[in-house]
Design a protein around this ligand. Structure first.
Ligand code: IGP
Length: 248
């Protein structure tokens, strides 16, 4: 297929997506469902670029979401445009699959929560240490009032414990990537999961998962789901091996 034919096809799909009113499902419910089937939940992230460089700028969102829709509990969609080459439109495209969608931005303002709801997202990311207590409290409450679930993200055990006390109803995301220096440590996330398991509602391990071994390690530490971007952007067929068995 030549370039023109390809871009005309994608443009028709884009125009369609722009007017879509699809509203995605229940992320928390889908993770619980996977776990009760004895499986670790897999959340696939559409992440074209990261602050450390291109991840995969060549994969169109329709191909990505459709190839993964039956193997994941939901999608995470980066919307931040500068460092992640994200776009609000990608949320609509993901929501059209009917799978739950996490609106992944650096949420600092109620207007972003409004946008997430309008685009058909099921959940919004709130980064615990990006905001002061009053501001994050306001945004978590506001998201709840708008019918959105909250994935509250931390990158260390101390914040994980504090976040669970402050927001017992949020989904807890523990990022193996330190958001100050961008270094990745799966050992750190395993340690944080062990400290907080039993106290958190659901735990989602984020970042740095590159294959079955990592998923198994995180599942046996107590993660309910993994959120995977880079590895799936480069090789979507990996999804089949990430939904590992979960033990009690
Ligand atoms: O590409 P990875 O290592 O699989 O990571 C995905 C995801 O966890 C990462 O993109 C992420 C986690 N928390 C974030 C907050 C903002 C932007 C991006 C992120």
């Amino acid at each position: 297929m030549g370039f023109l034919e390809d871009i005309v096809r994608l443009t028709r799909m884009r125009v369609e997506a722009e007017s879509s009113k699809a509203c995605a499902g229940d992320l928390r419910g889908e993770i619980i469902r996977a776990n009760s089937d004895g499986r670790l939940g897999v959340i696939a992230e559409y992440k074209r670029m990261s602050p450390t460089g291109a991840v995969n700028l060549g994969v169109d969102p329709w191909s990505y979401f459709n190839s993964l829709r039956d193997r994941v509990v939901g999608f995470s969609v980066l919307t931040e445009p500068i460092f992640f080459a994200g776009n609000y439109l990608f949320v609509k495209i993901a929501a059209a699959t009917g799978r739950p969608v996490l609106f992944k931005d650096f949420v600092v303002d109620r207007r972003q929560v409004d946008a997430a709801g309008e685009l058909g997202a099921s959940a919004v990311l709130i980064i615990y240490k990006a905001l002061g207590p009053a501001e994050r409290g306001d945004l978590v409450d506001y998201a709840g009032k708008k019918g959105l679930q909250v994935l509250l993200e931390v990158d260390n055990a101390a914040d994980a414990l504090a976040a669970v006390d402050e927001f017992p109803n949020a989904l807890l995301g523990i990022n193996s990537r330190n958001l100050d220096d961008l270094s990745v440590s799966l050992d750190g996330v395993v340690d944080a999961i062990r400290q907080v398991r039993g106290r958190a509602d659901l735990i989602i391990a984020e970042s740095g998962v590159s294959g079955r071994g990592d998923a198994e390690r995180l599942a046996s530490a107590g993660a309910n789901a993994v959120l995977v971007g880079t590895a799936l952007m480069r090789n979507p067929s990996l999804a089949g091996e990430l939904g590992v068995r979960i033990h009690g």
